[in-house]
Design a protein around this ligand. Structure first.
Ligand SMILES: [Fe+2]
Length: 434
């Protein structure tokens, strides 16, 4: 081979290597179009499920027919329903929009880690769900700021490939942004996943649709996405908790009062006082606006909530805090009061579900000491809690429709460390304060 040819080939391969090493960020994708629903008025639409207290599940769906019954038949064999549950319904009006009949029916008691087949309102298709396990391991799929674009579809397709038990969503669901019909299309978009595994959500700014003094701002969200707030002693659908397989999960509200005199703060103290780390060694918290964020987007927006609530979460030895809002991914070291702290929580921003606003691409430089990994790409997270001491977190970037595992880390529980004992006095002091 001629030396010139060899040299040219070498240059070609070096250039090719650099070309593949550079990550080319994909372009935004359009908001999805949805054909008008032509099903009979009594057919269930927008079916989704959520945990509703010990061994129970809430089935939620909508019918155009206002006389359709709020009944769910279910059993462990397809087409054979050994149990029936009667639920409740609601509806709401928003300017010129009138919602369908929104049904919420709690079924159970259910066996753990079991597939159930169910039918809503004696009409339409049969659905199936799997209940979460009673013991470790348990896997959470996590993503916020979903919306309903081509990237949302890509994210949901990737989550569908993962073996998970529960979907956690730290706010900003539909991006309906006052257009109520977009809540309906979002419900249809997520139905294949949300009818099969519980979706546990909390509110973001895009759930707040307040028009002057005419409404409370969360009418649509509260009517459609009813969470187990009563089951967890909360007076508001905007904050609640639940327990599953050795894990206590607290869903907080970034857009309702959180100061130390607020209902939310006092409910949080009460909820934390009941957590038994022998029974639930893992303690997770979700809310929308991140407290630790080195992206230029939404800088400082979580500062007031952090000032009010971080001392309490730190004293309670929260393991992981998951938030959204910033349309990018970031993972911190264990941190408290702005500094790395082995007894602090790992903070993860995962607001990269695929919404219409696109990615938050600009980061503050230099990267803060507490920030371990950050990237502006669409994707989702998976938290597999293996046992009482170890959990595996991974972030999966949507890369031209291929799920790519881009960040991963083993996390050790604070319940298995000295932190719990060291902070017990601090926690008691905060919990006892008036
Ligand atoms: Fe947001």
């Amino acid at each position: 081979m001629q030396p010139t040819l060899v040299f040219t080939l070498c240059l070609f391969f070096i250039a090719a290597a650099f070309a593949t090493a550079d990550y080319v960020r994909p372009q935004p994708r359009k908001t999805l179009e949805f054909p008008w629903n032509s099903k009979p008025a009594s057919y269930p639409q927008q079916v989704h499920i959520s945990l509703a207290g010990d061994n129970h599940m809430r089935i939620s769906w909508i019918t155009d027919d206002k006389s359709a019954p709020s009944v769910v038949k279910y059993g462990t064999s397809p087409g054979t329903y050994s149990s029936t549950a009667q639920g409740e319904s609601t509806s709401y009006s928003y300017l010129f929009y009138n919602s369908g009949k929104i049904h919420h029916t709690v079924i159970g008691p259910l066996e753990p880690d079991t597939v159930y087949f169910y039918q809503c309102g004696n009409q339409g298709s049969e659905f199936q769900l799997k209940t979460p396990p009673a013991e470790f391991p348990v896997t959470f799929a996590v993503v916020g700021d979903l919306g309903q674009t081509g990237w949302t579809k890509s994210t949901l397709d990737h989550i569908d490939l993962c073996k998970y038990d529960i979907h956690l969503l730290p706010g900003d669901l539909s991006y309906a942004d006052y257009v109520q019909r977009r809540w309906d299309t979002f419900g249809e978009l997520v139905q294949p996943l949300a009818s099969a595994r519980p979706w546990m959500v909390t509110e973001g700014n895009h759930e707040k649709e307040r028009i002057l003094l005419f409404n409370d701002g969360f009418e649509s969200y509260n009517a459609r996405w009813k969470m187990p707030f009563k089951e967890s002693g909360s007076s508001s659908n905007l904050y609640y908790s639940f327990e599953v397989a050795g894990t206590h999960v607290i869903m907080l509200g970034s857009y309702t009062d959180y100061d130390m005199y607020s209902d939310q703060y006092n409910w949080l103290k009460d909820d934390l006082s009941k957590v038994d780390r022998e029974k639930t060694p893992w303690l997770l918290v979700l809310f929308h606006v991140p407290w630790y964020n080195s992206n230029e987007a939404h800088q400082g927006e979580g500062d007031w909530m952090m000032a009010a609530m971080e001392p309490l979460l730190h004293a309670a030895s929260v393991d992981v805090v998951l938030s959204g809002h910033v349309h990018a991914y970031e993972r911190s070291k264990r941190i408290n009061k702005g500094k790395p702290d082995p007894c602090g929580a790992v903070h993860i921003t995962i607001g990269d579900g695929g919404n219409k606003e696109g990615l938050a691409r600009k980061y503050k430089n230099p990267q803060p000491e507490w920030s371990v990994f950050r990237e502006a790409s669409f994707g989702h997270g998976e938290l597999k809690i293996a046992n009482s001491t170890h959990a595996f977190w991974s972030w999966h970037r949507n890369d031209d429709d291929e799920p790519i595992k881009s960040d991963e880390v083993w996390i050790t529980s604070l319940a298995s460390s000295r932190c719990l004992a060291e902070k017990s006095h601090e926690l008691r002091k905060i919990l006892m304060a008036p």
